[in-house]
Design a protein around this ligand. Structure first.
Ligand code: HEC
Length: 265
């Protein structure tokens, strides 16, 4: 056999191991890039990082501001009633959805989470945060606290539902805004519940179903009589004690004597 063919055979044999060696290497090595990346597509391309400069624009900024008037897909929010609580630029007196028991219950649940801490579970402005702030103020630690509004007093009972919705969404004076934390529908649900709290706080006997009024009136009369009786008894007791008080002078002197005895001991 000519020597040339012999060497060529050895060389080819050795070369035939190369693909296998490559395959083994690929299997044992770990890397973060794809092992075989023949078509680069758009994986590797020139780009700007955030906050980099780009002389192509007059302001030299690579990051471009949004073109005024552009709106992300699905973010149009053109419904003024639903999203801003307004009809023809005025705060709406109506809800943009049906007020159902389900909505009220959702509102109660959300109210208890977001609002009750300040406004209290029944909306009198006596939530746990307010109690704490009052304690701090008493101890002289802080006096800048503004008491959360009582829903049943001042301007609040007269506020339209659109106004209440706006207060939750954007805040009002020192009341913080909750628009970014509470979704639109939930804000309306809370408005419905606030209205329910206000209604509950201003109820009279006429709101009770006619067939239950008498029983309730009797109960109220009984409670009133019991309270009056207790008050009269208390007054009698107080008068009796006051009577004792006039005769109590000797006991007072004896107390003084006791004190003197203590000091001599
Ligand atoms: C961190 C405490 C705090 C929380 C939580 C809070 N509020 Fe208030 N809210 C206030 C304070 C304080 C005021 C009074 C603002 C003022 O007079 O400067 C107020 C005022 C209001 C008013 C009266 C506004 C008016 O028309 O005068 C409404 C209505 C109201 N809050 C509703 C809510 C609702 C609904 C929530 C829950 C989504 C909520 N608040 C959560 C503190 C709070």
């Amino acid at each position: 056999m000519p020597k040339g063919i012999f060497y060529a055979a050895i060389l080819l044999t050795l070369l035939s191991w190369v693909p296998l060696a490559l395959a083994v290497r690929m299997r044992v090595e770990s890397r973060t890039t794809p092992r075989i990346h023949i078509f680069l597509d758009m994986d590797v391309q020139s780009h700007f990082k955030p906050q980099e400069t780009n002389p192509m624009f007059a302001d030299n900024r690579a990051m471009r501001p949004q073109v005024p008037g552009t709106i992300a897909l699905g973010e149009l929010k053109a419904d003024q009633h639903l999203y801003r609580g307004k009809i023809d630029g005025e705060f709406a007196d109506t809800f943009p959805m049906d007020v159902t028991m389900e909505l009220l219950e959702r509102g109660k649940q959300r109210y208890d989470i977001y609002c009750a801490v300040c406004h209290g579970a029944t909306g009198f402005g006596d939530g746990i945060i307010n109690k704490r702030a009052e304690l701090l103020a008493e101890s002289g630690a802080g006096s800048a606290w503004i008491t959360p509004s009582d829903y049943s007093s001042g301007d609040v009972p007269g506020r339209s539902v659109g106004h209440l919705y706006n207060t939750i969404t954007n805040g009002l004076r020192t009341m913080p805004a909750y628009g970014s934390q509470i979704p639109t529908e939930d804000r309306w649900a809370i408005v419905a519940y606030v209205k329910a709290l206000q209604r509950a706080g201003s109820g009279t006997i006429d709101d009770v179903p006619a067939d239950q009024r008498e029983a309730l009136s009797n109960q109220m009369a009984e409670a009133k009589a019991a309270a009056e009786k207790a008050a009269a008894e208390e007054a009698a007791e107080a008068a009796k004690e006051a009577g004792d008080g006039t005769e109590a002078t000797p006991t007072e002197t004896s107390a003084n004597e006791n004190e003197e005895q203590h000091s001599t001991n």
